[in-house]
Design a protein around this ligand. Structure first.
Ligand SMILES: [Zn+2]
Length: 97
């Protein structure tokens, strides 16, 4: 019974605080969310810039099988000047001879 009274008191206190400072709490939550969103946006921006820089530095090569343009670092190389976009394209060439 003692715990029930204490719990009820705590509940009343929490309700009192929440109702009294509701606007402040909402404001704090809003600011907190905004900060988090801003941080996430900054992170994605940095990633996109990094990716763009990578793409610019790496030359595009043409797949010898299907003709798809792919960055050289992602291409599969059979000979020094022959590139393939995927293992599937490479396999078909290897199988044919
Ligand atoms: Zn291909």
């Amino acid at each position: 019974m003692k715990w029930l009274i204490i719990l009820a008191l705590i509940a009343v206190l929490v309700i009192f605080i929440v109702s009294r400072y509701r606007k402040q709490i909402q404001m704090a939550l809003y600011v907190f969310r905004m900060f988090r969103k801003m941080r996430q946006m900054n992170k994605t921006d940095e990633k996109q810039i990094e990716m763009r820089e990578e793409e610019q530095n790496i030359a595009l090569v043409n797949c010898a099988k299907c003709g798809t343009w792919i960055p050289q670092n992602k291409a599969l190389k059979l000979r020094s000047d022959v590139f393939y976009c995927s293992a599937t394209c490479l396999e078909t060439i290897v199988k044919v001879g």
